[in-house]
Write a new protein. Structure first.
Length: 138
């Protein structure tokens, strides 16, 4: 199946990502925010995920970044595997989950916070199981 034509919002989102990568986050944020109304009122679920996921990365406040990452994950519910494949994700919408969950893990920072307290665990079965889970990245 041929890839459908790309809506203009996609190019604008990629432009915002490029600005962020150049260290120009305020400009990137303004550009991405200019798309919110049109994208969120539209019917392109992939654009909604893409925009929210990108907006999360340009937030100054951690709670705002978390809110956008949660929105991206919520928008994923409306995305079909076919839409994700058509936009270059051969694994379907599940191929987006690692990145979305990684961002949420970073937002919550619980992995690092928990890891910082591993020395408080006893040297017993429970403590060893928790240390092992952290070592495996679970």
């Amino acid at each position: 199946m041929p890839t459908p034509p790309e809506p203009p919002a996609y190019a604008t989102i990629r432009e915002g990502i490029a600005l962020r990568e150049q260290g120009r986050s305020p400009e990137a944020k303004a550009l991405l925010e200019s798309l919110i109304t049109n994208v969120e009122n539209g019917d392109d679920a992939y654009a909604k995920v893409f925009l929210a996921h990108s907006l999360a990365d340009v937030q100054e406040r951690p709670e705002d970044e978390l809110a956008w990452d949660l929105r991206a994950l919520a928008f994923l519910n409306d995305l079909t595997d076919q839409q994700a494949v058509a936009r270059g994700n051969p694994g379907g919408k599940n191929a987006l989950l690692p990145s979305l969950h990684l961002n949420l893990a970073a937002d919550y920072q619980h992995f690092e916070l928990g890891q910082a307290h591993l020395n408080a665990l006893s040297n017993d079965e429970y403590g060893n199981s928790i240390r092992s889970a952290f070592a495996e990245g679970i």
